[in-house]
Design a protein around this ligand. Structure first.
Ligand code: NAP
Length: 327
């Protein structure tokens, strides 16, 4: 495993990490989570990503129980959560409980996560989306307060615009508050612009690190959707129907087919090639992998070996295939 500093912070995060979106509670129970996390840790993974909204809190409960069973020393692993949508879907008074980054919601949401995880603190917390209805200053102060209370160690954003990230960083700088140190954007062969262009100045100016999501574009880049939607895959889940058009797009699957010879030349699989490509970006502190079973995780961890084999010539060929389709 390689380790990178999380942006300009002193925290060392494994170059590959493991997330729980879609999978935990829905496809992965506690027993399977223990197997996946143990396999990841054996390979040197030290970061496990989560969010309050994943399975409406149940993903945190599953991960917390898995961590209890695994009994790892607390110094050896990093866990995260993210806040914005809230999980109170039943309440007749949902105001302040969803789609917000106001102080009231954030200060209560962290307590819910700590209880579900069964932890004293969470290492990384994220503002899961920007909230145009709350002043950025209020959100920055709330994240600072949570850290000062010892309930979290570092904070960052997910899918914020460069302008909003810079505004948050400047509020923190002005008031000597804990600054956002990381952003969690989508980044893969077919989704590049924000990371490569919009954020370009933030890496140096603010010391921003990236913890990127969906390296396989939800599985598409593994090649598994070339002949339709396989049974038991993410694309077959009723709750993931919104992904189907993208997963079965003929143009995207044709591009995936063109990548196959490059993967073969390097002695790897399509999934490994796609993940290794994300790791090549020096601003990526960690690539958050997703896996519904251990075999997938083992394959994806093999991307480490491919990373150093990917030369400028391969990168140029990959660019020629993917850039015309990439967002
Ligand atoms: N901040 C955000 O807004 C945000 C958004 C999304 C995700 N995330 C984070 O990023 C993590 C990773 O995202 P992701 O799950 O979308 O990653 P991904 O790598 O794009 O997709 C993972 C899924 O692809 C399939 N897969 C994985 N490896 C495979 C392989 N070798 N061969 C065939 N199929 C394979 C599995 O689904 P099936 O087996 O079910 O087909 C797996 O669950 C999430 O768990 C979450 O922690 C964050």
């Amino acid at each position: 495993m390689h380790y990178n500093r999380l942006g300009r912070s002193g925290l060392q995060v494994s170059a590959l990490s493991l997330g729980s979106w879609v999978t935990y509670h829905n496809q992965v129970d506690v027993k399977a989570a223990v197997e996946l996390m143990a396999a990841a840790m054996d390979a040197g993974v030290n970061f496990f990503d989560n969010a309050e909204v994943y399975a409406l809190g149940a993903s945190e409960t599953v991960m917390g129980e898995a961590l209890r069973q695994l009994s790892w020393p607390r110094l050896n692993y990093i866990v995260s959560s993210k806040y914005f949508w809230g999980i109170d879907r039943e309440s007749s008074a949902p105001i302040n409980r969803k789609d917000t980054l106001n102080r009231k919601y954030l200060m209560q949401a962290i307590d819910g996560s700590l209880k579900r995880f069964g932890l004293d603190f969470i290492d990384l917390i994220y503002c899961h989306r920007p909230d145009p209805h709350t002043p950025i200053e209020e959100t920055v102060w709330a994240m600072h307060s949570i850290i000062e209370q010892g309930k979290a160690l570092y904070w960052g954003t997910s899918e914020w615009s460069a302008a909003d990230i810079r505004a948050a960083w400047e509020v923190a700088e002005r008031h000597h508050l804990h600054k956002p140190v990381m952003e969690q954007p989508q980044y893969n062969l077919l989704h590049r612009r924000r990371v490569e262009q919009e954020y370009a100045r933030l890496y140096e100016d603010c010391g921003l690190g990236l913890t990127t999501w969906s390296p396989l574009a939800s599985g598409l880049l593994s090649g598994k959707y070339r002949d339709g939607i396989p049974e038991g895959s993410r694309g077959a889940l009723p709750s993931m129907a919104f992904l189907r058009e993208g997963l079965t797009s003929p143009a995207r699957n044709a591009a995936v087919a063109q990548l196959e010879p490059i993967a073969q030349e390097l002695g790897g699989t399509l999934a490994q090639l796609a993940i290794a490509w994300v790791m090549k970006n020096p601003h990526v502190s960690t690539v958050i992998l997703g896996a519904s079973r251990v075999g997938q995780l083992q394959e994806n961890l093999g991307a480490l070996a491919l990373r150093d084999q990917l030369q400028a010539e391969h990168m140029a060929r990959i660019d020629a295939i993917c850039t015309p389709l990439a967002a």
